[in-house]
Design a protein around this ligand. Structure first.
Ligand SMILES: Nc1ncnc2c1ncn2[C@@H]1O[C@H](COP(=O)(O)O)[C@@H](O)[C@H]1OP(=O)(O)O
Ligand SMILES: [Mg+2]
Ligand SMILES: [Mg+2]
Ligand SMILES: [Mg+2]
Length: 337
C-alpha cells in the first residue's frame, strides 16, 4: 500500500505544534507585564510567541531544510543590548521544547527563517506561533497554527488549541486539543493527552433558525454590528459565540457552531495567510466552504497576506450561498463593491 500523501509533513507538523503548544502552556502562569511588547500595528507579542516560532521552525528545519517559512514573528525586538533581557527569556523558554538546545545566535537565525515572502510557486509553511495573542494573555482561546502550502494551495493544516475544551458540551472538562487535516483526507481532532484521532465534521443543520455563529472577541478585528444584522436577517436567534484565534475554525469544523463571520473593519487591513491557512483547510475538509465576503475563495498565492480577499465567511457547504447573499445585502446595500 502506498503511503498517504503528505504523511511525513503531517507527522512533523503534529510534533512541532505539540512542542510549541507545551511551551506556551508552560510560560502562561509566569508571564509578567514587562514581557509583552506592542508591535507597530499595536498588536501584542510575548516571549511565548517568539519561543513557539523558534520551536516550530527548528522542527521544520530538521525534517525539511529546503522549505521556506512564512512566519508571523521576526527577531528585530530580540537583537542587541535593547533586546537582551527578552532574548534570554525566549532562549530559555524555547529550549524547554527542544531536544538540542539553541544558542543566542542560532535562536535569532531560527526565528528569522520565517521571513519568506510567500507567493504562487513551490512549497512553503505558514506559521502563526500564537494566533490570538490577546486571548492567550487573557487566559482564553489561542492556537498554534501551522500549514503547508504548495503552489498556492493549502495541503496540510495542524492547529494546537491548549485552552479549548476537548468537548464543547463539557466546558469544565479536559482542555487541550489538536486539529489535523490534509487535503482530500478529511478533518480530525485528537486530545493533547492521547494520540487517538477522531474524524470531525460540521453540523448540517436544516434551518438557520437553529444555527449559531462565532466571531472575534475583538471588535477591531471584525465588524460586530454588521454581523448582528446579518444574523438577524438569516433568522439566527442565538447570541454569537465570541472567541479569539483560529479556534473559531476548529469549533465550527466539529459542529460547535455553524457560521464564522469575519467582516472587514477597515479597507486597509489585509488578512495574513498564517491566520487562515490551516483553519480554512480544516473547514473545507469537514464539509464546509470558506470564502471572503464576496464569495471568492481565499487566495494563498499572493504573498504574506490575502491581498485580493476581504474578510472571511465560513459555513457548512449547504448554507454558504444563502449566507453570502445576506452578507452582500448588509455590507453593500446599494450593490456597490
Ligand atoms: N486590525 C486587525 N484586523 C483583523 N485582524 C487582526 C488585526 N490586528 C491583528 N489581527 C490578527 O487577528 C487575529 C486574531 O483574530 P481574532 O480576533 O479572530 O482572534 C490574530 O492573528 C491577530 O494577530 P495575532 O496573531 O498577533 O494575535
Ligand atoms: Mg501577533
Ligand atoms: Mg494570528
Ligand atoms: Mg500570532
Amino acid at each position: 500500500m502506498s503511503a498517504l500523501a503528505y504523511a511525513a509533513e503531517r507527522a512533523v507538523a503534529i510534533r512541532a505544534v505539540l512542542a510549541a503548544s507545551g511551551v506556551c502552556q508552560r510560560v502562561f502562569t509566569k508571564l509578567v507585564n514587562g514581557e509583552t511588547i506592542t508591535k507597530k500595528d499595536k498588536s501584542p507579542v510575548t516571549i511565548a510567541d517568539f519561543s513557539a516560532q523558534a520551536v516550530v521552525n527548528t522542527f521544520l528545519h530538521q525534517s525539511f531544510p529546503a522549505d521556506p517559512i512564512v512566519g508571523e514573528e521576526d527577531s528585530k525586538d530580540l537583537r542587541g543590548e535593547e533586546g537582551r533581557v527578552m532574548r534570554e527569556k525566549v532562549l530559555e523558554l524555547a529550549n524547554t521544547g527542544l531536544d538540542s538546545p539553541l544558542t543566542e545566535e542560532t535562536l535569532i537565525e531560527t526565528i528569522d527563517r520565517g521571513t519568506f515572502a510567500g507567493g504562487p510557486n513551490g512549497r512553503m509553511w505558514a506559521l502563526d506561533p500564537i494566533d490570538g495573542t490577546k486571548g492567550f494573555l487573557r487566559g482564553e482561546q489561542f492556537a498554534v497554527c501551522l500549514a503547508l502550502i504548495v503552489d498556492g494551495q493549502v495541503q496540510v493544516g495542524v492547529m494546537g488549541c491548549p485552552n479549548l475544551p476537548v468537548d464543547a458540551k463539557n466546558q469544565n472538562g479536559e482542555k487541550g486539543c489538536l486539529f489535523i487535516t490534509v487535503k482530500g483526507q478529511g478533518a480530525f481532532q485528537r486530545n493533547f493527552s492521547s494520540s487517538t484521532e477522531t474524524p470531525i465534521s460540521m453540523s448540517d443543520i436544516q434551518s438557520l433558525a437553529d444555527a449559531s455563529f462565532c466571531e472575534s472577541v475583538e471588535s477591531g478585528h471584525s465588524n460586530q454590528s454588521e454581523s448582528a444584522k446579518i444574523a438577524q436577517l438569516l433568522g439566527i436567534t442565538k447570541a454569537p459565540v465570541r472567541m479569539d484565534s483560529q479556534c473559531k475554525y476548529c469549533s465550527i469544523s466539529r459542529g460547535d457552531a455553524e457560521v464564522y463571520l469575519r467582516l472587514p473593519v477597515s479597507a486597509s487591513y489585509e488578512e495574513k495567510i498564517w491566520d487562515h491557512a490551516s483553519g480554512s483547510l480544516l473547514v473545507a475538509e469537514a464539509g464546509g466552504i470558506v470564502s471572503d465576503v464576496h464569495g471568492k475563495p481565499l487566495d494563498f498565492s499572493k504573498g504574506r497576506t490575502l491581498a485580493t480577499n476581504s474578510g472571511v465567511v465560513a459555513t457548512h457547504a449547504e448554507i454558504h450561498g444563502k449566507v453570502i447573499e445576506v452578507v452582500q445585502k448588509v455590507l453593500f446595500p446599494e450593490g456597490k463593491l
